[in-house]
Design a binder for this molecule. Structure first.
Ligand code: GLN
Length: 308
């Protein structure tokens, strides 16, 4: 079915039809370094398991992947401790903002899922505790799956977020008070902000999600990242928790497992077929890319390809 569409034409049409939405939405200016970004930009990349790749717009421009890194740290944490992880973090949608503290008190310091900030702090804590160098571990994985050895942290963005990181610090201290964090809060935040600051363009990002569309194996290289069963589970958590409190609406309008970040990126997969990445920095009130969601909605409507 996938061969019957002119995908380049579809991406061009999406870019064109989203022009009227230029400048809509708000930049994530709570991270001072991200406040400087030009909100006009838009890019989309599509990679198939069989090697076909299509891109449109500013797809060579790197951007801050922010919460999309939560998928990468979850992947590593699952490799390191397996099922044990689920004693420390749950797998239910939160229905709350990504940086909310409210559920943590009644739920004894166990975050609702790995894709809100508190949950990603748990994955990050696992990596710090179980490896010699958490930074290298994270960069190694991201370079392997994106097939780009030049992927780096952006120290300016990481430091900028650290300087305003009181809320994430509060989440970390709170979980530590329940015995659910083992690292020092300072080290935990440093590693967390570092992985949030990773920069990629949409083509890097689409490539780096292909292992999730291909049963845990990078299709271009045959590199086995995780067992097929773990890839399936990560996709299910993306479907139910990947867009914070927009997740129901995203399932309705797009219908793909996906993860968003406040840098304006969203990465999605259709298992067995493709990965799709979009970037546009203007965010809706839930911190998800406004044009990004619309672009993905148009894509799955025009191609009739979603998991439903
Ligand atoms: N680094 C951001 C934060 O912790 C990530 C949030 C996001 O992308 N939703 O607030």
């Amino acid at each position: 079915m996938s061969q019957t569409y002119d995908y380049q034409q579809i991406l061009n049409t999406i870019e064109e039809s989203l022009r009227p939405y230029c400048n809509r939405g708000d930049i994530a200016d709570y991270i001072p370094e991200l406040a400087k970004i030009d909100s006009d930009q838009f890019a989309m990349s599509l990679c198939f398991n069989d090697g076909r790749e299509y891109s449109v717009g500013d797809f060579r421009t790197p951007f801050s992947i922010q919460s999309i890194s939560k998928v990468f740290v979850l992947t590593i944490a699952m490799q390191l401790v397996g099922e044990e992880l689920w004693g420390r973090v749950d797998r239910e949608p939160s229905g709350n903002a990504f940086n909310s503290l409210v559920q943590l008190e009644t739920e004894m310091g166990i975050p609702r899922n790995p894709f809100i900030n508190a949950g990603a702090l748990i994955s990050t804590d696992v990596i710090i505790q179980e490896t010699n160098n958490a930074y290298d571990e994270i960069l190694d994985l991201v370079r392997r799956i994106s097939l780009n050895q030049n992927i780096k942290f952006n120290e300016k963005v990481a430091n900028s977020e650290y300087s305003e990181g009181d809320r994430n610090a509060a989440l970390a201290y709170f979980m530590k008070s329940f015995g659910n964090i083992n690292s020092t809060v300072d080290e935990l935040l440093r590693v967390y902000f570092a992985h949030c600051s990773i920069e990629m363009n949409t083509l890097d990002l689409a490539r780096s999600f292909l292992f999730l569309a291909n049963g845990g194996i990078v299709p271009y290289t045959g590199d086995v990242i995780i067992p097929a069963g773990s890839a399936k589970r990560i996709n299910s958590i993306m479907m139910t928790c990947g867009l914070y409190n927009n997740v129901g609406d995203f399932a309705y309008s797009v219908g793909l497992p996906a993860k968003s970040g406040v840098g304006g990126g969203i990465a999605a997969v259709l298992p067995g077929e493709f990965s799709l990445a979009v970037w546009s920095p203007g965010l809706n009130e839930n911190g998800n890319s406004l044009r990004g969601i619309k672009g993905m909605e148009i894509f799955t409507s025009l191609t009739n390809q979603s998991i439903f």
